[in-house]
Design a protein around this ligand. Structure first.
Ligand SMILES: [Fe+2]
Length: 393
């Protein structure tokens, strides 16, 4: 048996741990042996002060490439509430979420505390909807207005963070916390002058320095409000990067929490895929590619790999071009056949016009396949109008 002692940051899902090699003095001693089946376990070990572990290399190599390596979350697709049913509730919830976000930004703008029970309970309600059927909120997070970016971005980052935490099998309280941290992460932006906040294109170096202050503005406000310390820490870390070149504190990798790393990923993903007044959002694939390049030095690579699995090849609500020249929106994942989701066709490139919407389960229809991912701006599609007329109930 070949063994290797590695730092806890090198521990990956699938590795076989023989024992703890080093643990913070005074921490509760734990005896752990077995395969790491989820990032939640690694996070738990870190929380308990584990610094280095001994792994068995052969078993770890086998595990890393075997089917054993799955996030230990049960994708309970059979017990889900049907999408149409959950969508009705999720739409109300999403609208309420935008109102709450507006009131949070307003509170920061006017320097008066907000009633913490409102966003807290809302974060819980978001997770309730994700538990019933995550597709509803994930779909809504893709249907966005261009001029309410700040509100939608915060809400969507909450949804993406909670959905990702569920995928990782984290306990419910941490999933709620992830939703809440997304809602709070950019509140300080309300203090940034509009000409910088909404500037199309690149910021100058001086403008960037001002923009960076949004983290401190938000953290200061939340600190004055005496919000939970861990939440404040997570918010403070959403622009920190593992190479130590993030902001505002230029924290080294070891000092950036798991939730801070997670929030950095969901924040970047939503920002890259969002349509703005001055630019169209990227496809999920392009955005994930950029994140992957960043994961070489800046983002948590293992966590990003799990995020890519979580979002899937064709994320819920994304647009695809089919082999019959039609454009469709992804309406349901087929976990066993990720290349063949259920889609709703609504537009044809032949003559460039909308068609009567029709669902196709690509895993059952072998005459049509996905050619590529597209974005609404490629064909000047009004996805919001289509959504309101054809999907929303
Ligand atoms: Fe930010």
């Amino acid at each position: 048996m070949t063994t290797l002692t590695i730092g806890i940051d090198k521990l990956e899902v699938g590795m076989f741990v023989l024992k703890i090699a080093e643990q913070k003095a005074g921490a509760v001693q734990i005896k752990t042996r077995g395969r790491v089946t989820s990032l939640a376990i690694i996070e738990e070990l870190k929380r308990k002060g584990v610094k280095r572990v001994v792994i068995e290399t052969e078993a770890s190599a086998a595990g890393a490439s075997s089917e054993v390596v799955k996030p230990d979350v049960v994708q309970d697709v059979h017990n889900r509430v049907p999408l149409a049913e959950e969508l009705r509730r999720a739409e109300r919830l999403y609208r309420k979420g935008l109102d709450i976000q507006a009131s949070l930004y307003d509170a920061v703008d006017k320097d008066k505390p907000f009633d913490e029970s409102i966003p807290n309970e809302f974060a819980r309600a978001l997770v309730g909807s994700l538990n019933r059927n995550p597709d509803a909120l994930l779909l809504l997070s893709r249907i966005r207005e261009k001029d309410t970016y700040l509100l939608e971005h915060s809400l969507n980052v909450g949804i993406l963070s909670a959905n990702f935490s569920r995928f990782l099998g984290l306990p419910e309280e941490q999933v709620v916390m992830a939703a809440y941290s997304g809602m709070l992460h950019d509140l300080g932006k309300i203090k940034i002058p509009d000409h910088i906040l909404h500037k199309p294109g690149r910021l100058t170096a001086d403008e960037m320095e001002i923009m960076k202050q949004h983290v401190t503005f938000g953290v200061d406000f939340l600190t004055d409000m005496k919000i939970d310390n861990h939440l404040i820490r997570v918010v403070s870390e959403h622009h920190e990067r593992l190479d130590g070149l993030g902001y505002p504190a230029q924290k080294p990798a070891d000092d950036i929490s798991f939730n801070g790393r997670l929030l950095a990923i969901t924040d970047m993903y939503d920002a890259l895929t969002a349509d703005r007044c001055y630019k169209a959002g990227m496809s999920s694939q392009k955005a994930l590619n950029i994140l992957l390049q960043d994961s070489e030095t800046k983002l948590d690579k293992g966590l990003l790999q799990q995020f890519i699995k979580c979002m899937g090849i064709y994320p819920m609500g994304s647009l695809v071009e089919l082999s019959n020249q039609k454009i469709a929106i992804v309406m349901k994942q087929n976990p066993s056949q990720p290349l063949q989701p259920v889609v709703k066709v609504f537009y044809t490139k032949i003559g460039n016009h909308y068609v009567t919407p029709k669902d196709i389960d690509l895993s059952k229809d072998n005459k049509v396949a996905i050619e590529r991912s597209v974005v609404a701006s490629d064909y000047d599609l009004d996805i919001n109008r289509f959504f309101n007329q054809s999907i929303s109930l």
